[in-house]
Write a protein that binds this ligand. Structure first.
Ligand code: IMP
Length: 192
């Protein structure tokens, strides 16, 4: 069994990635590893933020680890909120406020296309590797559904009629950016 530390404090991300990993791989969260820190995401790219998280944990533990950073990139807003997705409505914002702001900003545009993009940074034996997963879709006019997290209620992936928040995790994982990035991570780990 290959064990990796997953440098996140977000239980939703842990659940989604555990569902994809399957036999042969296990992840332990920061909490399970006894690391009680919140790692900042100060950079202007997903790669740099993901990298900061995994490098911080590697420096602390010297153990194989990975992190991920995800952004929602809206075409009409030139890729915003992107790397600022978590803090789009301000530092004391939350998912509701972020969605409210996004729907307000998008009011004047016809083009509702958007994509989630996940970058995974893996540190294995001290070397860093990156993986990417993208899910294309549309921002709908108002929130639908109560599952998932973040912007899930206002995002409908291409090929579905349901928002991510109307789907169970298994259904979300048929489309998900995070699933695609994780599959690449698994393929890489299996190939070694
Ligand atoms: P981060 O990767 O934790 O920095 O997340 C950035 C922002 O995107 C946060 O506001 C998350 O809630 C949101 N986010 C990340 N992944 C997803 C997802 O799979 N669905 C909906 N929102 C997400």
């Amino acid at each position: 069994m290959n064990t990796l530390i997953f440098a996140t404090n977000n239980p939703n991300k842990v659940k989604e990635i555990r569902a994809v990993l399957g036999d042969g791989f296990d992840i332990i969260t920061l909490k399970e590893a006894g690391i009680l820190i919140d790692i900042p995401e100060p950079h202007d790219s997903l790669n740099a933020n993901a990298s900061q998280k995994s490098r911080t944990i590697y420096q602390l533990t010297q153990k194989d680890c990975f992190s991920e950073d995800t952004g929602l990139e809206v075409t009409a807003l030139n890729g915003a909120p992107g790397v600022r997705s978590a803090r789009y409505a301000g530092d004391d914002g939350n998912a509701e406020k972020n969605m409210e702001k996004l729907l307000f900003e998008l009011q004047k545009y016809q083009d509702r296309s958007a994509r989630f993009r996940t970058i995974i940074s893996l540190i294995l034996d001290g070397t860093e590797y990156f993986f990417e997963g993208i899910c294309e879709g549309q921002i709908i006019g108002s929130a639908k559904g109560h599952q998932g997290f973040g912007y899930d209620p206002i995002f409908v992936p291409n090929g579905s009629q349901q928002s991510f928040a109307e789907m169970g995790m298994e259904e979300k994982n048929k489309f998900s950016h995070r699933k695609k990035a994780t599959e690449q991570l698994i393929a890489f780990l299996k190939s070694r």
